[in-house]
Design a protein around this ligand. Structure first.
Ligand SMILES: Cc1cc2nc3c(=O)[nH]c(=O)nc-3n(C[C@H](O)[C@H](O)[C@H](O)COP(=O)(O)OP(=O)(O)OC[C@H]3O[C@@H](n4cnc5c(N)ncnc54)[C@H](O)[C@@H]3O)c2cc1C
Length: 434
């Protein structure tokens, strides 16, 4: 452990700020760090503080009425090592800053979310994921981290040597301020993206495994209308022996003849290249292009993760609610994610199907719909995305994570006075449940 320096004055913003979706006002003081060395003294001096990345979460997980600390100006690559195939980055870096840097040097990360503008640390903290049977969430590529704890100490944890690592990385901001991350990288690869239209639901139900295993990353989009899925996006690695052979028909769906947006009738200019034109993985694995507004722009989101063998059952259960879901949803996305070892990961010890909802921004309507969705999904043991909107009670959430008590104990060891506990964490994680 390294100890703390003196308090250094930092930039503090007073202007009104919100999360990306603008459904949450960030009211706390905003402390924007300009050097990693400033962080220990600032953290030590504050009674309460929550770290914020790029604010792409839809709930209060990154919020604080007191103090938010931002590392967005700290986005340098500290070390790039092509021999060990690792890159060490300051925690404020975003994937759209990191990926072009890696591509220029012939390297890439294993997978990406639907958008590339997220901070690496914020994404890892909530177990953010893309798709692909063999692809773990984005945190699975991280091999070590550095973090400033409540008393201003700098702690280093590695996947190889420290048991705490599996709790702290997908840590929901509860352990401290992560300042640096080391990621595994791999040789750059190209991806071809094909979109198919009108996949019948019965084909998805009967051939879920084959459809999702057909390429490196597969997403199915539906608005739950017409007994069919609107689109399947098939992202195939070029030149790795598992190339997807695009035929006109794919499980009853038809190859699109023009570029499409996942949401019916929205223009596709903001979407990544399709029609099988190969390109760098970071320009194909996300659905939305760098520099463009991702998704719809004005929206809310929810997402649930079930053991993947429940996929067909969960999809059918949601179909039964289509009369209520369809009017409120822009689109739903169905993806698969590999199991991992992070205690609070939505995919902890279970290969998962993730079913996401991009909602129209009508919170009262969504708020009354979420309990119904959670109720029909209940037989399939759903875990909600930490960064999205859900209705589960703290007790229900606790029952979904076998390592929850260990997580609470460990977080309390790192942060005995609850400096990093905001209202979200206090309510959902640290509230004793009986
Ligand atoms: C349009 C859109 C599309 C999305 N698509 C996907 C998707 O494809 N897959 C998916 O899984 N999610 C997706 N999300 C959700 C979102 O990406 C994640 O929830 C992610 O956590 C957001 O990252 P962020 O940097 O914005 O984090 P923030 O919202 O800023 O913070 C998230 C968490 O990270 C913690 N944190 C931030 N910085 C630090 C730090 N330095 N140290 C310790 N903790 C820290 C915060 O305290 C908080 O707990 C999407 C969101 C949007 C808006």
């Amino acid at each position: 452990m390294v100890s703390v320096g003196d308090v250094v004055p930092t930039r503090m913003e007073k202007i009104k700020r919100t999360n990306w979706a603008a459904n949450i006002m960030y009211d706390g003081a905003f402390h924007e760090m300009t050097a990693i060395e400033e962080i220990p003294a600032l953290v030590q001096s504050l009674e309460k503080v929550t770290a914020v990345g790029t604010g792409h979460t839809f709930n209060h997980i990154a919020d604080s009425p007191c103090n938010q600390i931002s590392l967005r100006l700290l986005h340098e690559v500290s070390t790039f090592d092509e021999v060990s195939r690792t890159v060490t980055v300051q925690a404020g870096i975003t994937y759209d800053q990191l990926c072009p840097y890696l591509e220029d040097r012939g390297f890439a990360v294993h997978n990406l979310a639907s958008l590339i503008q997220l901070s690496v640390v914020g994404a890892c903290s909530t177990a953010t994921h893309g798709s692909g049977d063999k692809n773990g969430n984005l945190a699975t590529s991280v091999s070590s981290l550095e973090m400033v704890t409540a008393d201003g100490e700098l702690v280093k944890l590695s996947r190889h040597n420290d048991v705490d690592f599996s709790a702290v990385l997908v840590g929901l901001g509860a352990f401290g301020v992560i300042t640096q991350l080391t990621l595994d990288i791999q040789p750059a690869f190209n991806v071809e993206q094909y979109v198919y239209e009108r996949l019948p639901f019965d084909q998805l139900r009967d051939h879920f495994d084959a459809i999702m295993a057909s390429a490196y990353s597969v997403s199915v989009f539906t608005d739950w209308q017409d007994q069919q899925n609107n689109e399947i996006w098939v992202k195939s690695r070029v030149g790795d022996g598992e190339k997807f052979e695009a035929t006109q028909k794919f499980f009853g769906a038809t190859l699109a003849t023009q570029k499409l947006h996942p949401v019916r009738n929205l223009p596709a200019e903001t979407c990544t290249e399709q029609m099988g034109i190969p390109g760098p993985s970071f320009e194909r694995l996300p659905h939305f292009r760098m520099g463009c507004t991702p998704s719809v722009g004005e929206e809310l989101q929810s997402e649930y993760f079930m053991p993947r063998h429940y996929a067909a059952g969960a999809i059918l259960a949601l179909q039964g609610l289509s009369d209520e879901i369809t009017p409120n949803v822009f689109v739903s996305e169905i993806r698969t994610v590999a199991a991992d070892e992070f205690w609070m990961s939505t995919c902890y010890h279970r290969a998962s199907v993730a079913i996401g909802f991009t909602w129209k921004p009508d919170w009262p309507a969504i708020k009354s719909l979420l309990p119904k969705i959670e109720s029909v999904l209940a037989p399939f043991d759903p875990r909600p995305h930490w960064g999205k909107l859900f209705h589960f009670s703290p007790a229900e959430l606790h029952s979904k994570y076998e390592k929850m008590d260990d997580f609470v104990q460990l977080a309390s060891k790192y942060d005995p006075k609850g400096k990093f506990r905001n209202e979200f964490l206090s309510s959902y994680i640290f509230t004793p449940c009986s």
